[in-house]
Design a protein around this ligand. Structure first.
Ligand code: C2E
Ligand code: MG
Ligand code: MG
Ligand code: MG
Length: 276
């Protein structure tokens, strides 16, 4: 009853639910200060090609909470979306990633690496989004060609016209786009062919059982074939073992991200691994 009455309407007192609501409100309040208190950080997860050459990394947000320890994005991004804090947080992620790209430009080992940044729905919907990306690039001096923005199907489908317009503007700067978690949303081929995408990222849920589940295998092969038809790159996420990697590679997906190649790690560890 309380649930169907809507998020903000509590019809009766339920101590368990009340406690959960209070914990959530507390977390939201702490999240409001997380940026200024420098509790947010980025981890870097490597992306590799089939010759084991690093292509770049995806930057993944972490919250180093003074009492609760390291909190993963699944636990606070939905909350940050609700409260709107995701907008300044997302901007910080973008600026940090661009600054890092610039820092890598002077070193032969890192200068061609791309960084993929996750974009949230609220952030992308903001009328300032294009200006924010442009500003982050100009201010840092990063090469736009090395910045990849990850969107999801639901973000784009919310307003396809607006999404296409923003993507086009950013593509003019040189930025590229990857469709994250591909296959979990509802995008039709009709939309897909209209979008100025560069890459499709096969969702990890299809990769997990790819070797044993004929349906997953068929879905993945279809995604790869479709990417080829549309002239898009394809990368698989959640690649955890060699059997999955080989399966994907043999079927035409030659870029990978997953624990097989490395977990998301702090910058210093990421750079040490590149050198080591
Ligand atoms: P995502 O963008 O699909 O990122 C991939 C997630 O899969 C990451 O979880 C990563 O740690 C995890 N992963 C990578 N390789 C493997 C693997 O081999 N096996 C398994 N089981 N998992 C793997 P993480 O870091 O917890 O992030 C979860 C989600 O939070 C991300 O999903 C993304 O949607 C969101 N997120 C992370 N950072 C940001 C950010 O800066 N901004 C926004 N808006 N969202 C973010
Ligand atoms: Mg992603
Ligand atoms: Mg993903
Ligand atoms: Mg995912």
């Amino acid at each position: 009853q309380a649930k169907t009455a809507g998020r903000n309407t509590i019809r009766f007192y339920d101590p368990v639910m009340q406690a959960a609501i209070e914990a959530r409100a507390e977390l939201a309040e702490e999240l409001r200060h997380a940026l200024e208190r420098q509790q947010l950080c980025l981890h870097y997860q490597i992306q590799m090609d089939n010759r084991l050459h690093p292509l770049g990394a995806e930057v993944l947000l972490r919250w180093q909470h003074p009492q609760r320890g390291l909190i993963s994005p699944g636990q606070f991004i939905p909350l940050a979306e609700e409260t709107g804090h995701i907008v300044p947080i997302g901007l910080w992620v973008l600026q940090t990633a661009c600054t890092q790209l610039k820092a890598w430009q002077g070193d032969a080992l890192t200068r061609d690496l791309t960084l993929a940044v996750n974009v949230s729905a609220k952030q992308f919907r903001s009328p300032n989004f294009v200006a924010q990306v442009r500003h982050a690039l100009l201010e840092s001096g990063a090469k736009p060609e090395l910045l990849k923005l990850e969107l999801t199907e639901s973000i784009v489908l919310e307003n396809v016209e607006d999404a296409i317009a923003k993507m086009r503007e950013l593509k003019l700067l040189g930025v590229s786009f990857s469709m994250d978690d591909f296959g979990t949303g509802y995008s039709s081929l009709q939309y897909l062919k209209q979008l100025p995408l560069d890459q499709i990222k096969i969702d990890q849920s299809f990769v997990r059982d790819i070797v044993n589940d004929a349906n997953d295998a068929a879905i993945v092969q279809t995604i790869i074939a479709m990417s080829e038809v549309l002239g898009l790159d394809v990368i698989a996420e959640g690649v955890e073992n060699e059997a999955q990697r080989e399966f994907l590679d043999l079927r035409g997906c030659h870029a990978f991200q997953g624990y097989l190649f490395g977990r998301p790690v702090p910058l210093q560890e990421f750079e040490a691994r590149l050198r080591g």
